[in-house]
Write a protein that binds this ligand. Structure first.
Ligand code: NAD
Length: 309
């Protein structure tokens, strides 16, 4: 692959829009496309050359980068729907299909098999870091790829992120992403339950934080994204749970983790429960709040008797 291949960037939403801007800034020839006209206009206003015909852009590209809401969107776009040709058919042989969406592990395997079967190359590279990281170019990429393909996309990913980790072959990036978010989702619930229990037992937030952050309860959910205001001034709890990482996205990622737990037969109990808890949180008003707002649900649903005076 030449040093700066032409990139067809499809999916210019909250994440894709600023990611495409960072590729343009790094000197990549980017042709951007989204099915939503407002997303196209926003990207164009930030200097991305947009196109009206994605298949034409794909035919001219060395790399097809997708940043879609779900695996269904990725597979439909790759294959084409309603008799229309898909991206795989439109692309020149040997094109790199680089999917940065967060999707099911099974769907990532299927997407890779379809791409490779059509004579192309395939990399899954989901991200963490949110919209702030996408804008600042500080995302973390978790990559599933053959070694040679990883090396060829690494400079592209480094133009959009600060950390790029090769996790293994096809779908390993998605696997790493959902395993990490399974830990995160469960640990935030545990930290939140501990703070509400501490409140009932008369502990101040600061004293519990001072002990747990320096003891075996230490974790990211506590020390970086602390669900109560005060101990960590930058955590979303200090700004009424403005995200951060929105409840809807945590609910989505835990559904993906749940699917993987079920399809692999893992004897998991906390993962399925956490998935249910965040689904309820998102459905009851938490979709657009930071996922650490789960503590307000736990507090609201707790019995009032037994609290210290
Ligand atoms: P989004 O809904 O804002 O953007 C997705 C875009 O894809 C939309 O603009 C949609 O119109 C477009 N799209 C869908 N099908 C298309 C097609 N066939 N052709 C062209 N465009 C198409 O979502 P987002 O927040 O940007 O997230 C994108 C992905 O990144 C998701 O998989 C999400 O789980 C993941 N992610 C998001 C965040 C975050 O903080 N938002 C963080 C980490 C990972």
């Amino acid at each position: 692959m030449s040093e700066k291949p032409a990139i067809a960037f499809l999916g210019l939403g909250h994440m894709g829009g600023p990611m495409a801007v960072n590729l343009v800034r790094a000197g990549y020839p980017v042709a951007g496309y989204d099915v939503v006209p407002a997303a196209l206009e926003a990207a164009a206003a930030h200097g991305v050359a947009t196109v009206s015909d994605p298949l034409d852009a794909v035919a001219r590209a060395g790399v097809v980068l997708t940043m879609f809401p779900s695996g269904r969107h990725v597979l439909d776009a790759y294959r084409g729907v309603e008799g229309k040709p898909g991206l795989l058919e439109a692309a020149a042989p040997g094109t790199m299909f680089l999917d940065c969406s967060t999707i099911n592990v099974d769907e990532a395997r299927e997407a890779a098999a379809l791409a490779v079967g059509a004579g192309h190359r395939s990399v899954d590279a989901p991200v963490s870091g949110g919209v702030v990281g996408a804008e600042a170019g500080t995302l973390t990429f978790m990559v599933g790829a053959e070694a040679e393909d990883f090396e060829s996309v690494r400079p592209i990913l480094e133009a959009m992120g600060k950390r790029v980790v090769h996790c293994g072959g096809h779908s390993a990036g998605q696997a790493a992403k959902i395993c990490n978010n399974l830990i995160l989702g469960v640990s935030m619930i545990a930290v939140s339950e501990a703070f509400v229990l501490g409140e009932k037992l008369g502990l101040t937030h600061q004293s519990l934080f001072d002990v747990a952050s320096a003891a075996s309860g230490q974790c990211w959910a506590l020390t970086t994204n602390c669900p109560v205001p005060g101990p960590v001034p930058t955590s979303p709890a200090n700004r009424d749970y403005r995200p951060g990482f929105a409840g809807a996205l945590m609910a989505k990622d835990l559904r993906l983790a749940l699917n993987a737990l079920q399809s692999t037969g893992v004897a998991a109990r906390l993962g399925p429960l956490a998935s249910e808890i965040y689904d309820t949180f998102a459905a009851e008003g938490g979709a657009d709040r930071d996922f650490s707002g789960i503590i307000t649900d736990i507090r609201a649903k707790s019995q009032n008797d037994g609290s210290p005076a």
